[in-house]
Design a protein around this ligand. Structure first.
Ligand SMILES: NC(=O)c1ccc[n+]([C@@H]2O[C@H](COP(=O)([O-])OP(=O)(O)OC[C@H]3O[C@@H](n4cnc5c(N)ncnc54)[C@H](OP(=O)(O)O)[C@@H]3O)[C@@H](O)[C@H]2O)c1
Length: 159
């Protein structure tokens, strides 16, 4: 199973503000849709709240929560349960938020990042990974746009 984290962050690693995205970038939303379509997406209860508890269509949706129950998605209580449940999936996407990125960062194989050039105010952050580029992470793809860049990294060293 390949575990990929997909996220967009600003130059200070801001990913969220007051429970939402700080920006509205339609190209990034389209990129997210294209990458995750047909795959399994794993998210925290915070992100599921943000989606008004509606699963993302065309994808298998897994929600991490210690206490809540939902009828319309699969629910896991911890990381081990996620990995066991999804062991036969070829590729899974960790789609946030901050708590779930931190939880899976040590075990993920790929980072599919959007680097947003503008600085935003925020209260949630992606884990610091940039000091590990070159030792733990290798850049394998980059697509530059005017206001942001799509950059993929592959793990070259286990933690
Ligand atoms: N820029 C991006 O790419 C991006 C992507 C995704 C999200 N975001 C932003 O990130 C923010 C949300 O992040 P967040 O950190 O507040 O929320 P989150 O990570 O989505 O969810 C946190 C919740 O997940 C559950 N949880 C966490 N660790 C767990 C564990 N080990 N086992 C079981 N359940 C666990 C808990 O739910 P319970 O309290 O129910 O137990 C916890 O309250 C929003 O602002 C959102 O817009 C940004």
């Amino acid at each position: 199973m390949t575990i990929s984290m997909i996220a967009a962050h600003d130059p200070n690693l801001v990913i969220g503000r007051k429970g939402s995205l700080p920006w509205h970038i339609p190209e990034d939303l389209a990129h997210f849709k294209n990458r995750t379509r047909g795959h399994c997406v794993v998210m925290g209860r915070g992100v599921f709240d943000e989606l008004s508890e509606k699963p993302l269509p065309g994808r298998r949706n897994i929600i991490l929560t210690r206490s809540r129950n939902y009828e319309n998605v699969e629910v896991c209580r911890n990381k081990e349960q996620v990995l066991k449940l999804l062991r036969d999936e070829e590729k899974i996407y960790i789609i946030g938020g901050a708590e779930i990125y931190r939880l899976f960062y040590p075990s993920c194989d790929r980072l599919e990042m959007t680097h947003i050039h503008q600085i935003y105010q925020g209260d949630t952050f992606f884990p610091e990974y940039r000091h590990e580029i070159g030792t733990v992470w290798k850049e394998v793809a980059r697509e530059e746009q005017e206001d942001f860049a799509f950059v993929d990294y592959e793990r070259i060293r286990k933690p």
